[in-house]
Every structure is written in structure tokens, then in C-alpha cells.
Design a protein around this ligand. Structure first.
Ligand SMILES: *Cc1c(COP(=O)(O)O)cnc(C)c1O
Length: 497
């Protein structure tokens, strides 16, 4: 059944003076507290009853597409279920109420959470250590490139001015490299949708600082020559960086450290089940190999007694402290100890799954993505039609040629049928690209429903293209002028008349 189209009376236009504030005592006159220059005589805000306001915002919230209401197969975003137990644990007063300035002796539990998460990530991904400082994936890329820069500076190697980025990379990769002052060398993918060893040998040289790679790449393909690629970059004296924002394909099954990566980041707000989207708080830990540990941002959590605890785990008998005395550190990347509640959520997710469970997470994510691909490949082109990892791309190019229906229209038609649209027009090297990532948390019934809806749309695109071009008709808002909405957003309420 299509979602009901709500009539939301705009309380802003319906209010009447004197309706508000029945339940709230009058506030002290704020005018007494503010400088006269900041005061205005007239503030034409609408006046509504509390109930009308509650209904207005509740209805607005019901118009939202989110992971708690619908399947959200947004490629390269890993929109998985956010287990409620994570929030319950992050809300435990003993963790929630710790002031960032309490002495280490009084924050042993919180520091243990940080240390256990750091150790868990290091062992899962094969790195010597992680910094929990960065607050997002792009922030982590910046952090890692600053670490690389500090490393080469310490070595006295001033020639390294370029960063190699394949054309399948997330847009944040070249942007981060440019922010740190590196020149970006873009690497064209080969006909298999991968980086070729020959191309990397030709590109890497004495000016190469870092090669940034995503594996599996954003086409959902595993870079099967990763060892030779890493060897070529290392032979040229450069460092290998792993963009692990979407680690959902390999977590527990293979490790970037073993593939030859020196630096990496994770998006805890993707792979580790933390809510994300809308620019909300994230967490992007950066992992490094042993030779880069001294450059990690401060503070790092130190565990005294570690190694002498006869394998006790998690952290019995250890004493934790925040270490700021790190002369080679690049500095601090985030105020206080970054988004601590997210660390609690991520650790809860690790413990709830265990190593075997996390391994299974990626296996199911890969299985689900392949299931969808195999179920639609007779109706839409799959440019790299092979076993994919956690996501895959389809192309609406030939459908567009036949009927005028584009990737965008297919996304809109999915909204009509109660599914969030997949990622479209990324990565750029596939025309009319549709990128689907189901994650492991969806049931077979949900996947089957999505497949049926998508097949229905792909058939309609040929038989009745206008019905797809007109979509969506069941959503609260139909087609909007997306360019104008982005360039001239009007987000303020204006009093009518
Ligand atoms: C999401 C993503 C990023 C950026 O992460 P943010 O937290 O949004 O800054 C980087 N690389 C890849 C591959 C991603 O999917």
C-alpha cells in the first residue's frame, strides 16, 4: 500500500494571537538581559496551541524517509539498522554524565571503552593502532594525510607532493588531498573497473606521497591485485591509504593491514551501526601501521599493565590514562575526546556480534547485494556483471536511449513504492549509474519486495515510460526543481500577506 499523502495544515499560517503558552509559565522578560541593540520591536511569530504544534511536527517527521521506516539501499552509505541497545548503553548515566575534564582516575570506565574499541579495531583491520579523534570519514582522511605529511617531513623527504586517487574514489579523497596541499593524480580504471598494476607503476614515483584506495572499490569490486599495487607504491617510497568508510564487505574476512595498507579510516557511522545522515555527528577512527604510530593525534588512551595481564580481557587490572606527551603527534583533530557516545555504540556493536558475528555481517551484506544484482540483471545493464561485494552498480543508459527514462526517474519511482532511492550518478565513470547497497540487516522478504518493485519499474520504463517519468505521485512532495532547491534554498518561514 502506498504511504498516505498527509494534509499538513501549516500551523504557521493558521495561528491566532493568545493561543500559545497555556502550559508553560511566562518567562522572565528577556529584554532585561539583552543589549538594546539586539532587540527588535516586532517578531511576527505564529501563535498556536501546543497540540497543534505537536501535530505539525509529528506529521512532518512522518514525511521523512529513514532507516526506521523504509528500506534504504543507498550505495556507498551502508544504511544498516541501528540497534536500540547501543543507544541504551550510550545513555547509561555512568558513561553519559562523565565530564570531559574529570581526572583520569575518575574516568577509568570511559577510558576502558575507548581502549577496548581501539584494540578491537586494530585487531579486526590489522593495524598497529587507531586514533578515535576524527569525527567523520572526510575528517579522518584529512587526519591521515596530515600524518603522512608529518612522516615525510620527519624523514626529511620534501619531494613528495602528489597523492594518487583512482577515478572510482569517493569525492572526499581528492578533496582531502587538496586541503592538505597535495597535487592530485587521478588514475583511470581499467576495463575490469579496477586499478591496473601497470597504471600504478606508471603513476608512482619519487613525488608520490600517498595512494588512496577503496577496496572493494565504489563499484563494489575487489581490487584483486592489491598486493602488487601496494608493492609498487612502496617501491616508489609512497604510503598506501585505505578508505574503509564502507568496511561492510570485508570486516572479519580480510584486513587492510595484511593487504599492505599503512593508513586507513573507518566510518563507525556506517559499518558499525551508528545512525548517520543529515550531517549528524559521526566517528571516523584512523588506523596506522607501526611506523606511523608516533604521529597519531593526541590524546591517545594508554593502558598501563597491558601485556602483563596474562591475556585477561577486556581490561581487568589495567590503569588507563590520556597521553598528551607525544612529541611527533600532528596535534588534536577534535575538541575533547571526540564523539564518545558513538564509541560506546560501536563497542556495543562489536561485543554484541563478536568476531564470528562481525565476519557473518560482511558475508550477509555481500550475499544480499549479489542476490539483488542476480534478480534484476535480465532487465537492466550491469556494467561489471560479476560477483560483487557489499554493493553493485547498474546502468540505465540503454533504458534512457530507448524510452527517455533515466536513473533519476527510476529512483523517484522507487519512492512511490515505499523504498528510498539508491545512490544515482555515482561513481561518475558509469553513465546513468544506479548504485545499490542493501546491507546485511534486511530480511529476504524485504529484499524480495524491493526486487519486485524495481522489476515492476524497469518493465514500466519500457511499456509505459510516462508513468515512470511522472513519479512520484504518492509522496507528500512530488518532483522538485533540484537545482533550484540546492542553489536557492528558502528555509525560512515568511508571514503571509
Ligand atoms: C561516506 C564515505 C566517505 C566520507 O565519509 P563522511 O563521514 O561522510 O565524511 C568517504 N569515502 C567513502 C568511500 C564513503 O562511502
Amino acid at each position: 500500500m502506498p504511504p498516505p499523502a498527509f494534509e499538513t495544515p501549516l500551523i504557521f499560517d493558521g495561528g491566532q494571537d493568545g493561543r500559545a503558552n497555556r502550559y508553560v509559565p511566562p518567562a522572565p522578560p528577556i529584554a532585561n538581559l539583552l543589549p538594546a541593540a539586539l532587540l527588535r520591536d516586532d517578531l511576527p511569530l505564529p501563535d498556536n496551541t501546543e497540540l497543534d504544534v505537536v501535530r505539525h511536527f509529528t506529521r512532518l517527521s512522518q514525511k521523512t524517509f529513514g532507516i526506521d521506516t523504509v528500506f534504504y539501499p543507498l550505495g556507498s552509505c551502508t544504511m544498516k539498522y541501528n540497534p536500540r541497545i547501543n543507544d541504551a548503553l550510550a545513555n547509561l548515566p555512568a558513561l553519559r554524565d562523565v565530564h570531559p575534564f574529570v581526572p583520569d582516575e575518575l574516568a577509568q570506565g570511559a577510558l576502558a571503552v575507548m581502549w577496548e574499541l581501539e584494540r578491537s579495531l586494530a585487531s579486526l583491520f590489522g593495524m598497529a593502532a587507531f586514533s578515535l579523534n576524527p569525527a567523520a570519514g572526510a575528517h579522518a582522511e584529512l587526519t591521515a594525510l596530515l600524518i603522512a605529511k608529518a612522516y615525510f617531513k620527519k624523514k626529511g623527504d620534501a619531494r613528495r607532493t602528489t597523492v594518487i586517487v583512482p577515478d572510482t574514489a569517493h569525492g572526499t579523497n581528492p578533496a582531502s588531498a587538496a586541503m592538505v596541499g597535495y597535487n592530485v593524480v587521478s588514475l583511470k580504471s581499467d576495463e575490469r573497473g579496477r586499478v591496473s598494476v601497470d597504471a600504478i607503476r606508471a603513476a608512482a614515483g619519487p613525488d608520490t606521497a600517498v595512494c588512496m584506495m577503496t577496496n572493494p572499490n565504489t563499484l563494489g569490486l575487489f581490487e584483486d591485485h592489491i598486493h602488487e599495487i601496494a608493492a609498487a607504491v612502496h617501491a616508489a617510497g609512497g604510503l598506501m591509504y585505505y578508505d574503509g568508510a564502507n568496511a561492510n564487505a570485508l570486516m572479519g574476512n580480510s584486513r587492510p593491514g595484511d593487504m599492505g595498507f599503512d593508513l586507513m579510516h573507518l566510518n563507525l557511522h556506517k559499518t558499525f551501526s551508528i545512525p548517520h545522515g543529515g550531517g549528524g555527528a559521526g566517528a571516523g577512527p584512523v588506523g596506522v601501521a607501526a611506523h606511523l604510530v608516533p604521529f597519531l593525534p593526541t590524546p591517545v588512551v594508554r593502558a598501563d599493565g597491558y601485556g602483563e595481564t596474562d591475556g585477561r580481557w577486556p581490561s581487568d587490572g589495567l590503569t588507563f590514562s590520556l597521553d598528551f606527551e607525544r612529541p611527533d603527534a600532528i596535534g588534536t583533530m577534535r575538541s575533547f575526546w571526540s564523539n564518545f557516545a558513538h564509541m560506546v555504540r560501536a563497542l556495543a556493536y562489536c561485543y554484541a556480534n563478536g568476531t564470528a558475528g562481525l565476519t557473518r555481517v560482511s558475508q550477509l551484506a555481500v550475499l544480499n547485494a549479489n542476490y539483488i544484482r542476480a534478480s534484476i540483471r535480465d532487465l537492466i545493464d550491469i556494467p561489471y556483471d560479476e560477483i560483487n561485494r557489499h554493493e553493485f552498480v547498474a546502468s540505465a543508459q540503454s533504458i534512457k536511449r530507448e524510452s527517455g527514462v533515466r536513473a533519476l526517474d527510476i529512483g523517484k519511482a522507487l519512492l512511490d513504492r515505499g523504498y528510498h532511492a539508491p545512490t544515482v550518478y555515482f561513481p561518475l565513470l558509469v553513465p546513468e549509474c544506479i548504485m545499490i547497497e542493501p546491507t546485511e540487516t534486511e530480511s529476504k522478504e524485504t529484499l524480495d519486495g524491493f526486487i519486485a518493485a524495481l522489476r515492476d519499474i524497469l518493465i514500466a520504463a519500457r511499456e509505459n515510460p510516462q508513468s515512470v517519468l511522472d513519479a512520484p505521485v504518492n509522496t507528500p512532495v512530488s518532483r522538485v526543481d533540484e537545482t533550484r532547491a540546492a542553489r536557492q534554498p528558502d528555509l525560512r518561514w515568511h508571514k503571509k500577506g
